[in-house]
Every structure is written in structure tokens, then in C-alpha cells.
Design a protein around this ligand. Structure first.
Ligand code: ADP
Ligand code: MG
Length: 232
């Protein structure tokens, strides 16, 4: 792991096809998607609702399987892996952030960030140390004992980001992470994401409708007729 990491995309989607059956008619959402995500690079995925952004993120994150094509993680194909092997890659290599924070309401911020590490089998003491560090790094050092309901929308989303990077993933996938936030709060959350790309060299793909934020990322892509096209 990690050797020659920069020569190989962190995630490479090759000729991905995905169709859904809606009623009688099949709907082809992704129709030959090719996309490479690189360490330390932030990519904005800007496309209209219904164009397949969430589908693409779910496939890149091994949450959903394509009908055709291959998802490579750090150069290794994933289509022939068992469910258990895919789950392991998801736990260690991929972080996911959703539009709503999806934190566990009965747990504190700290516990929410500890959980993915504990599931991976790290010792409780290590998980506390790392969760505290990440939350402090994201400006939440004073909020570790708060439950989600006691946090603002922006704080909740930053805890969700901390949880997503708790296991130091190679790739961070964010599905409209600022979509529910007012502009000032969105800025704060966006800043947290960009800070992590710089500090950890994680590869980041953010689906967003926010052109201003997209303009500040390293690269912009869209989905047109089920294919990824580069913008600019
Ligand atoms: P976006 O995130 O860009 O809004 P999605 O990836 O969520 O787009 O959806 C793309 C299209 O696929 C939409 O038309 C949606 O209705 C359809 N779709 C998504 N998931 C399913 C599913 N599980 N079953 C049937 N159709 C789906
Ligand atoms: Mg979506």
C-alpha cells in the first residue's frame, strides 16, 4: 500500500454502465463513464438533478455495483471481490459524506467519529485520540461531547466529515455536502473539505450545484448523456 501511489489513480472508473428499470422501460443513467481520481486533487461533479451524480458516487464508493465496467481502487479491480472484501475497502479506503449528516443522534460528536475506527478494530484509546485530533483540526475541539442535536448545521456536517476521514481513506466522496446549508455555513464546510485534501492528500470528488465552490476546486467535470465530460 502506498508505493508509487501517485502513478495510479486512487479510484478509476472504466466504462461504467448502470441502468435502472423504471416501470417497463430501462433507464440508462451511466453509459460508459470514465473517470480517474488522483491523490491530493479535488474534483467537482456539477450536473443537473437526475443526471446520475449520486449513482456515480455510489459506484465509485463500492456502495453499488455497475452493470458493466470496472472500478479500480489503487489500481486493483474490484468487480470480482466478495462482499466482505468490498466492505473492507469501503471501511479503510473510502469516506462518504451525504447532504444530510446522518450522524447517530444518541452518540456524541466524539463517539460518532470513534465508531468507524472501532468497527475496524482499533483500540478504544487510539480511537479517542484520533477522533479528538480530527475534530480539533476541523475546529470542533470545544464540541466533542455534544450530541448532533446540540450542534449547528455546519458543525454537524463537519462532524460528518471528521467521521468520513476517521480511517484516513484514500478517497473522500461527498454528495452535495453543502446542499442544505446557508452560504456562510457552506463556505465553512467547504473550507474543511479543501483543508483535508491539502493536509492528507486524499482524493476528493464532490457533487455540487454550487458553481462558486466548484470554481475553487482543482478540476470540474459534468455528466452528459451518461458520460463524464471535463469542464473548462
Ligand atoms: P442525481 O444525483 O444527479 O440527482 P441520481 O444518480 O440520483 O441523480 O439518479 C439518476 C437517475 O436514476 C434518476 O432518474 C433517478 O430517478 C434514477 N434512479 C436512481 N436510483 C434509482 C433506483 N434505485 N431505481 C430506479 N431508478 C433510480
Ligand atoms: Mg443526487
Amino acid at each position: 500500500m502506498g508505493q508509487g501511489a501517485d502513478d495510479v489513480p486512487v479510484i478509476y472508473l472504466h466504462e461504467i454502465r448502470r441502468r435502472y428499470i423504471q416501470g417497463e422501460a430501462p433507464l440508462t443513467v451511466l453509459d460508459g463513464v470514465k473517470l480517474a481520481l488522483w491523490a491530493g486533487q479535488s474534483v467537482a461533479l456539477v450536473a443537473p438533478s437526475g443526471s446520475g451524480k449520486s449513482t456515480l458516487l455510489h459506484i465509485a464508493g463500492l456502495l453499488e455495483s455497475p452493470d458493466e465496467g470496472e472500478v479500480y481502487v489503487a489500481g486493483a479491480p474490484t468487480s470480482q471481490l466478495t462482499d466482505g472484501e468490498r466492505t473492507n475497502i469501503r471501511r479503510t479506503d473510502i469516506g462518504f459524506v451525504y447532504q444530510s449528516h446522518r450522524l447517530l443522534p444518541e452518540f456524541t460528536a466524539l463517539e460518532n467519529v470513534m465508531l468507524p475506527q472501532m468497527i475496524r478494530g482499533l483500540k478504544r484509546r487510539e480511537t479517542i485520540k484520533r477522533a479528538t485530533e480530527i475534530l480539533s483540526y476541523l475546529g470542533l475541539g470545544e464540541r466533542v461531547t455534544h450530541r448532533p442535536a446540540e450542534l449547528s448545521g455546519g458543525e454537524q456536517q463537519r462532524v460528518a466529515i471528521a467521521r468520513a476521514v476517521a480511517n484516513a481513506p484514500r478517497c473522500l466522496l461527498a454528495d452535495e455536502p453543502t446542499g442544505n446549508l446557508d452560504p456562510g455555513t457552506a463556505e465553512h464546510v467547504f473550507h474543511a473539505l479543501m483543508q483535508l485534501v491539502k493536509a492528507t492528500r486524499v482524493a476528493m470528488l464532490i457533487a455540487t450545484h454550487n458553481m462558486e465552490l466548484a470554481g475553487r476546486m482543482d478540476r470540474r467535470v459534468s455528466l452528459v448523456d451518461g458520460k463524464v465530460v471535463e469542464l473548462d
